[in-house]
Design a protein around this ligand. Structure first.
Ligand code: NAD
Length: 538
């Protein structure tokens, strides 16, 4: 790298990461043979296409599904589901464990596809590989115990024998966005498969090849092809058709679309999980390790160019450390290398689409016009690619500015200084969203106390987002407008099941018996209930 490429100047000077010699291009990766192989998995009679954000060029011609195609996909999935559900759970779990190994072995292929379809840096694409591997391992190992029939004490102990079964829901409709196309498509579908469901998936068209590649890999790992159907096309057309036929819906995307999906699911009385937007806050307390907090903030604000639902868009820093923090955070931000090569080296990639770029520009320009100060970035970089935008730090942001309250979903963070911890907690909670937050302190006890008062589904202490997200035995999801339901842990798998209670009555019925009249029976039952409580029955 030359000196000029590493120079850190005042604003708008992020260095570029040069492409190493001999790296692959889009044409090397997305060949006609690859497209033909992957798109065999789509039920679609129309035509559409997707594009790479790196250059704006077309990547692949793709099938497009009509609402009738969606109905066909559900018919096929429904026909195949009972056989899959009858497969022993250990066999289903073994598919996930093989998938874990395959995705790690073949990661170079999927890293190329994720980069090309999303425009993200390779390191951020690798976060998706890690995330699906962890989820596959967890449910591959733990599904048999999550799903094992449970014995419970019955209505009348000894006389009533009870077991709780977990039945698959049937066919799950799974709708996912473009920003984490491997993890949010197949990663979130793995627990649905292992519980014996079939899935009809609608990934975003712009990132369809990633989801289709993962489908092929799951089939290679042993999943019957028919239980995994894929449909593609316009969200407002294909999405509602998926909800119309599904037995359960798993949706990840914006809060606006999530509300529509919830209404359609409510009308059909089917369950739904909604993983929605955020306006996530990081609190840097007075005793934080400033160096580590600045490095953590650079990761948490600019991973995937900020197009990460759990990324940090609001930074609250204690005034006693604010100057030192800003200096370090700004230096790190300005040093982030931007690039589009299919190789490691760049620290940040591109935005995914024109609409995203417009939102980022609008939020930054409006804030600056109304008096906010640019500490770093604020510059569109078409010299690297049409949708590149520098990682941006703003100070002096106030409530009427859109960037203060709306999700930007781009590489833009607003920094606020506070004096009292109480004030910072209040400000962090003063949003309709409640997805993720982060607290930095050297005092672990204080960190936990503050964390418990933050109204977000996940809180990371001395990390931005990855500690909580990667801890897949625990639930992950949003409070308030950030969602409904959870992925990961027991909630993330049991939601794909219906609880079924089977109670077998033995020796005597629950009702008057042995010649008792109603009054005697009522007195007998009242005595029995008192005894049961004194025996500490639950
Ligand atoms: P989006 O809501 O526009 O689209 C998400 C998916 O829904 C896409 O597949 C889209 O085609 C489909 N869709 C669009 N209209 C639909 C409709 N009427 N009915 C059914 N489906 C429809 O969201 P997006 O812009 O693709 O994704 C970015 C948003 O997703 C951000 O708000 C981000 O915070 C959120 N997100 C949340 C999580 C999480 O886990 N909480 C994860 C990633 C992204």
């Amino acid at each position: 790298m030359t000196d000029s490429q590493t120079t850190v100047g005042p604003l708008g000077t992020n260095p570029t990461a040069p492409a190493p010699a001999g790296v692959r291009t889009a044409a090397d990766v997305v060949t006609p043979e690859v497209v033909a192989q992957l798109t065999r998995g789509v039920v679609g009679s129309g035509r559409t296409a997707n594009h790479t954000p790196f250059t704006g060029e077309k990547l692949a011609d793709l099938p497009e599904s009509t609402p009738e195609d969606v109905a066909t996909a559900f018919e096929r999935a429904r026909a195949a589901q009972p056989t899959w559900a009858a497969t022993p759970v250990r066999q289903r779990a073994a598919v996930l464990l093989r998938f874990h190994d395959l995705v790690l072995q073949r990661q170079a292929e999927i890293l190329d596809l994720i980069q090309l379809e999303t425009g993200k840096a390779r390191l951020h694409a690798h976060e998706e590989v890690q995330a699906v591997a962890v989820v596959a391992r967890h449910y591959g190992r733990k599904a048999p115990s999550y799903l094992r029939p449970k014995r419970h004490t019955g209505a009348v102990p000894v006389l009533t024998k009870v077991s709780e079964l977990r039945q698959p829901r049937g066919v799950v409709g799974h709708i996912s966005p473009w920003n984490y196309p491997l993890e949010l498509s197949v990663g979130d579908a793995l627990p649905a498969f292992v519980t014996g469901n079939a899935v009809v998936m609608k990934p975003d068209t712009e990132t369809a090849l990633t989801a289709l590649w993962a489908r092929d890999l799951l089939i290679e790992a042993g999943l019957p092809a028919e239980v995994f159907q894929v449909v593609l096309g316009d969200g407002p057309v294909v999405g509602p058709a998926v909800v119309k036929h599904a037995d359960y819906v798993s949706f990840t995307g914006s809060t606006r679309t999530g509300r529509e999906v919830a209404q359609a699911a409510a009308a059909r009385l089917i369950g739904v999980t909604l993983e929605l937007g955020g306006k996530n806050a990081m609190l840097v307390l007075h005793d934080a390790d400033i160096e580590k907090a600045a490095a953590g903030a650079a990761r948490a604000c600019f991973s995937s160019a900020g197009q990460l639902c759990i990324s940090i868009e609001r930074l609250y820093v204690h005034e006693s450390v604010a100057d030192a923090f800003v200096e370090r955070f700004a230096a790190r931000t300005k040093a982030l290398r931007l690039g589009s090569a299919l190789a490691y080296g760049a620290d940040m990639g591109s935005l995914v689409g024109e609409a995203q770029l417009e939102t980022v520009k609008r939020h930054v320009e409006e804030a600056v016009a109304k008096g906010a100060k640019l500490v770093a970035g604020g510059v569109h970089r078409p010299d690297i690619g049409p949708l590149f935008y520098e990682p941006t730090i703003l100070e002096g942001v106030e409530a009427p500015m859109a960037v203060c309250t709306e999700e930007t979903f781009g590489p833009v963070v607003s920094l606020y200084r506070f004096t009292e911890e109480e004030e910072a907690i209040g400000l962090a909670n003063a949003t309709p969203y409640g997805l993720n937050s982060s607290v930095w302190t050297r005092d672990a006890k204080r960190g936990h106390q503050v964390a418990a008062r933050l109204r977000t589904g996940t809180v990371n202490i001395n990390e931005g987002y990855a500690s909580a997200y990667g801890s897949v035995q625990s639930p992950m999801g949003g409070m308030k407008d950030s969602g409904l339901g959870r992925r990961h842990g027991s909630e993330g798998i049991l939601k794909y099941t219906e609880g079924q209670t089977i109670a077998q009555q033995r020796l005597m019925p629950i009702g008057p018996a042995f010649g008792m009249d109603d009054e005697k029976y009522a007195a007998f039952m009242s005595r029995s209930l008192r005894v049961m409580k004194s025996l500490h029955l639950r």
